[in-house]
Design a binder for this molecule. Structure first.
Ligand SMILES: NC(=O)C1=CN([C@@H]2O[C@H](COP(=O)(O)OP(=O)(O)OC[C@H]3O[C@@H](n4cnc5c(N)ncnc54)[C@H](O)[C@@H]3O)[C@@H](O)[C@H]2O)[C@H](O)CC1
Ligand SMILES: [K+]
Length: 394
């Protein structure tokens, strides 16, 4: 699935409005229907609901949701923040529809805001800001966010938690971002949802289909894509009725050391699971029995060293080589790894300790065989890139 920056999402809205065609207010109505369904599927009509709406289309969505929930007998209170005396046209239309509803308690805030009581039973709907946010929240809006965050009510964010930028949040002010329990995003996820440091704001997230124009999505380029199970499925090659292990390549896995046989076992199982026809694990003698017992489908070639990888092996007969899990960082292993990579013509997958050791020998990365893959976790990437700090949860 493609992930677009906020600027492209705005263009996709416009593309849908022009090409479907659909009036912008009707697209908002469609979004509000999907949001209302997501809410009514999870919360009963007895749930008291407090809606916080901003001046843009995110606020417009929230006001339309307030109307639809009231029509379904929910008790709804609305706070619309119109501090500049200017609402987006669709927000204005939805304000006019909701403010006349007897079932809704409606407040339009221009200056003074008296915060409502929010109990643990309340559901807050955050429609202050969505993809139109252009800087971190401050002033009165930051105060509203802080108030919502300090309450013990459940919070549902419309499209994105207010205050969270769609992409870059390194310099954002964390206390001024809504901490949602659920985020219902309109059709497309925001890049920010996929970073561990934003999980506390986004909560559980789901995508609601609002039928944005498929062709527009296809034609719009982006640098980011989210890998999903269907994408992986497409990579699996169909197998003929008469196919056998000889048809699906022979992989070599150089992994494990004394005390870390587990890493080689997990990697061997994963390799076989991914579809390799044959697998040979190159391992120190001490791990032979456990490997042969835990993964009898794999063959084992033992290293001359009993405890760790110390002697490079011939890779000519293999179509892919994996190196790294549980190797340890012994000096002899490091030398063997460098020599192994120097002579290897077969594409390699480098993982775990192989990456940690290569952090000290980055020149070796410049002549890896074509098609090689590096699989660092954030700390390993930090070691490899040395001077680039990667944000990690710890
Ligand atoms: N994705 C879709 O297809 C649809 C999205 N919808 C909803 O529309 C919003 C985006 O609406 P937009 O009007 O562009 O932006 P916002 O409502 O987020 O806010 C714009 C408003 O806020 C001002 N502003 C921006 N940053 C700040 C700030 N830091 N402090 C104060 N004010 C700020 C800005 O100047 C504007 O006035 C999207 O998220 C969806 O919820 C459609 O309804 C349906 C289709
Ligand atoms: K929001």
């Amino acid at each position: 699935m493609k992930i677009f920056p906020s600027s492209s999402i705005k263009k996709l809205d416009a593309y849908t409005i022009e090409h479907e065609p659909i009036a912008s207010i009707d697209l908002m109505e469609r979004a509000a229907k999907a949001l209302t369904k997501a809410i009514t599927d999870r919360w009963k009509p007895e749930t008291p609901i407090t809606v916080f709406a901003g001046p843009g289309n995110n606020g417009g969505d929230a006001l339309a949701v307030a109307r639809m929930l009231a029509e379904r007998s929910y008790k709804v209170e609305v706070y619309l923040f119109n501090t500049k005396g200017e609402l987006s046209p669709d927000c204005q239309t939805n304000k006019e529809l909701v403010e006349i509803m007897e079932e809704v308690t409606f407040h339009e805030i221009s200056t003074k805001f008296v915060p409502p009581a929010l109990t643990p039973q309340h559901l807050v709907i955050d429609g202050l800001f969505g993809s139109g946010l252009n800087k971190p929240l401050s002033g009165g809006f930051a105060a509203v966010v802080k108030y919502i965050n300090s309450a013990s009510a459940m919070v549902v964010a419309i499209d994105t938690p207010s205050g969270l930028m769609g992409e870059e949040n390194t310099f954002n002010i964390k206390s001024n971002i809504i901490r949602a329990d659920f985020t219902f995003s309109l059709q497309l996820p925001k890049l920010a949802f996929l970073f561990v440091e934003n999980a506390e704001f986004v909560g559980e997230w789901d995508l609601l289909d609002i039928e944005l124009n498929e062709q527009g999505i296809e034609e719009t380029e982006t640098n980011y894509e989210m890998l999903e199970i269907e994408d992986i499925r497409e990579l699996m090659k169909p197998r003929s009725q008469f196919a056998h292990k000889g048809n699906f390549g022979h992989a070599l896995l150089i992994a494990g050391s004394k005390g870390m046989a587990g890493a080689s076992i997990l990697a061997a199982r994963a390799c076989l699971r991914s579809g390799a026809g044959l697998l040979t694990v190159h391992a120190p003698l001490c791990n032979n029995d456990i490997l042969q017992t835990a993964v009898p489908e794999a063959m084992v070639e033992t290293d001359a060293n009993e405890m760790y990888f110390a002697v490079p092996t011939d890779t000519d007969d293999y179509q892919a080589v994996g190196i790294g899990p549980g190797l340890g960082k012994n000096e002899e292993t490091e030398a063997a790894l460098l020599e192994q990579l120097e002579h290897c013509q077969t594409p390699v997958v480098l993982d775990a300790d192989a990456l940690n050791m290569l952090a000290n020998h980055r020149h070796a990365l410049t002549h890896l065989p074509k098609g090689s893959i590096l699989t660092p976790h954030p700390k390993e990437l930090e070691r490899l890139t040395a001077n680039v700090r990667i944000l990690t949860s710890d």
